[in-house]
Design a protein around this ligand. Structure first.
Ligand code: M6R
Length: 606
């Protein structure tokens, strides 16, 4: 998703702007640009593609202003060309924007009728001309911006600078995150604290509807009613976190390998190791009285939620409804008081998940969010946060965030089970023990990746790949397919193994690898029958299982041998090979593993 940065500096800011944009690269982007005010005039450089292209442009024609804004763009309105890249500007004002201005067509028509000339296909340019229009009518920059903001509909974050104003920057937040960074005689704006980490760890997050007026020494915040407000200033931990690849070739590889550690860390937050029981923070609701759980999320976080559903139903005997947030938010789901709504999101900023949360809140549900970013909007709008302690996840393809989400959901299921009396103390201890053994099992799995490197050759030849799983392995199959699609661009689908014969079996031939996620549990024999159906049609089976190879009862292209673990922890354990299959296939194919095409890390538009 687009990244925003702004600097009111004491020296030329172009290099620092690019540096901050580099830290936002993980969000995904397809063009970039910066603008500064130099001798009272606005000027900008923009480039399609990666930041190195922008750096080349800046090298050829440097920008020397001490106040500037920068942007990495993930295209929504208009193709990812230089013309559509931000900053957008007139001779009076320059704007960078994350989000969507929903009423831009109406605004554009009005402004064009008044003689404003548009040069891009973006919605953002309407903001530029709206402010310019106010300035042309004699309004001062702050007044012109205030007036323009009152006319914008949609979800957005903005950073704005003005010609002739060397000590002024305005920021606004409505639906997309924005943070002020406080320096010594310098002031910053950024989409998140990670972008600002090299400059300052003193951060103020704007609330929904806030806008701010910054100079090098002051920051004044207004709420959506234009009343002056104070927002807390916090010390961000982002600066102390190393956002680099270490010895790994890609962030994704590093993040896969961090899983034993981050799962331990996350479980440590929810388990009393000495007593062998789960210890959840107060959820603002008596868990024994919860009558229904609703889970909502997107993408990988949604698949974590599906696993959570299986667990809560099994261990707490509680009905769970789960839906993709973009569907849930428009479904007009009837909700009774007494329900617990759980939202799962790495970034905590996903627009659809946030709206689903707001729907549940309006309908009297208690809101618990499983988020990786504690300062995120979803976290702030929840009754309780159940943090995942995964650290910043930079690779666009979610890995360690997924298994950390599963860790929290497993603890939540056990806590609900204990509160509702469906889990005996002995069973709880047995399950907690299984969870604590998990990091060790995952470490074992990560010791040898040769099998994945070999498989990558085979999978890279395929046009379609099917993933099959039964029961709680079904969401892992879907997650496997999503991972492969995202980073290798090979078409893949995850199916419930029993559903195969109801349609997808028509796809099977000798060119279709079928990856079967099948721990040796009570459903294993059923899945074996499905594998045989595949084998009979010439499909190439890759089995991921702790069962002896002979139990497959058919020819396998490969058997990824898994350690024996408790059924509760299998989804977390089996997530690792499906991540490694996708990773090594993408590396073999030479795709951009950490920033796959068209994808964004934090999806703040619907
Ligand atoms: O930040 P979130 O967890 O809310 O993001 C949800 C999805 O956009 C995300 O999981 C996406 O599917 C990932 N790219 C998956 O690897």
């Amino acid at each position: 998703m687009c990244g925003i940065v702004g600097i009111l500096g004491s020296k030329p800011v172009a290099i620092d702007l690019v540096d901050a944009l580099r830290r936002l690269e993980y969000r995904g982007y397809d063009s970039a640009g910066i603008a500064t005010v130099e001798k009272g005039k606005l000027d900008r450089r923009r480039a399609e593609g990666k930041l190195r292209n922008l750096e080349t442009r800046l090298h050829e024609e440097p920008l020397k202003g001490h106040v500037g804004i920068g942007h990495t763009r993930w295209a929504t309105h208009g193709r990812p060309t230089e013309l559509n890249a931000h900053p957008h500007m007139s001779d009076r004002v320059s704007v960078v924007h994350n989000g969507i201005i929903e009423n831009f067509r109406d605004l554009k028509q009005d402004l064009q009728a008044k003689g404003h000339k548009f040069t891009s296909d973006t919605d953002t340019e309407a903001v530029v001309h709206l402010i310019t229009d106010g300035l042309q009518r004699g309004l001062k920059p702050i007044e012109a911006t205030k007036e323009a903001l009152s006319r914008l509909h949609g979800a957005f974050a903005l950073a704005i600078i003005f010609a002739g104003e060397d000590d002024l920057m305005i920021g606004a937040r409505q639906g997309s995150p924005l943070a002020i960074g406080h320096g010594k005689g310098e002031m910053y704006l950024g989409s998140d604290a990670i972008a600002l980490a090299p400059f300052t760890d003193t951060i103020t997050y704007l609330d929904e509807g806030d806008w701010c007026v910054l100079s090098r020494d002051t920051s004044v915040i207004f709420d959506k009613g234009n009343r002056r407000v104070d927002r807390p200033t916090i010390k961000s931990v982002a600066s102390s976190l190393l956002v680099d690849k270490g010895n790994y070739r890609h962030f994704m590889a590093k993040e896969i390998h961090e899983q034993p550690e981050v799962i331990s860390h996350t479980l440590g937050n929810y388990i009393d190791m000495a007593a062998g029981i789960v210890k959840m923070p107060a959820l603002g609701i008596d868990l024994s009285e919860v009558n229904r759980v609703t889970i909502s999320a997107c993408g990988t976080a949604y698949y974590a939620g599906v696993v959570g559903k299986y667990w809560i139903e099994k261990y707490a005997r509680l009905p769970v409804e789960i839906d993709i947030a973009s569907e849930f938010r428009y479904r007009e789901v009837p909700l009774q008081p007494g329900g617990l709504s759980v939202f799962v999101s790495q970034s905590g900023e996903t627009a659809d998940t946030l709206e689903a949360l707001r729907y549940c809140k309006r309908n009297g549900q208690t809101i618990a969010s499983i988020v990786n970013v504690r300062t995120s909007t979803i976290a702030r709008e929840s009754n309780t946060i159940l943090p995942t302690l995964a650290g910043p996840e930079i690779g666009v393809a979610s890995t360690k965030a997924f298994t950390s989400q599963l860790s929290v959901l497993a603890c939540l299921a056990l806590a609900l089970g204990r509160a509702r009396g469906t889990l005996s103390p002995e069973t709880e201890q047995e399950l907690v023990k299984a969870l604590t053994e998990l990091p060790r099992h995952i470490s074992t799995l990560l010791h040898n990746e040769t099998v994945y490197e070999e498989l990558a050759h085979e999978i890279s030849k395929a046009r379609d790949v099917l993933y099959l799983g039964r029961g709680v392995s079904f969401p892992i199959a879907m997650e496997g397919a999503l991972k492969l699609k995202e980073i290798s661009y090979i078409h893949a689908e995850g199916y419930a193994a029993g559903e195969l014969k109801h349609g997808p079996i028509a796809l099977i031939d000798e060119n279709v690898p079928v990856i079967v996620v099948a721990p040796e549990d009570e459903l294993f024999d059923k899945t074996v029958s499905n594998m045989q159906e595949v084998a009979a049609r010439g499909g190439q089976i890759i089995l991921i299982s702790d069962a002896p190879t002979e139990r497959a009862g058919c020819r396998l292209l490969a058997h990824i041998k898994m350690p024996k673990a408790h059924a509760l922890t299998n989804p977390l354990l089996y997530a690792v090979p499906i991540q490694l299959i996708a990773y090594h296939t993408a590396v073999f194919m030479g795709t951009d593993v950490d920033q796959p095409r068209n994808l964004a890390k934090s999806v703040t538009v619907e």
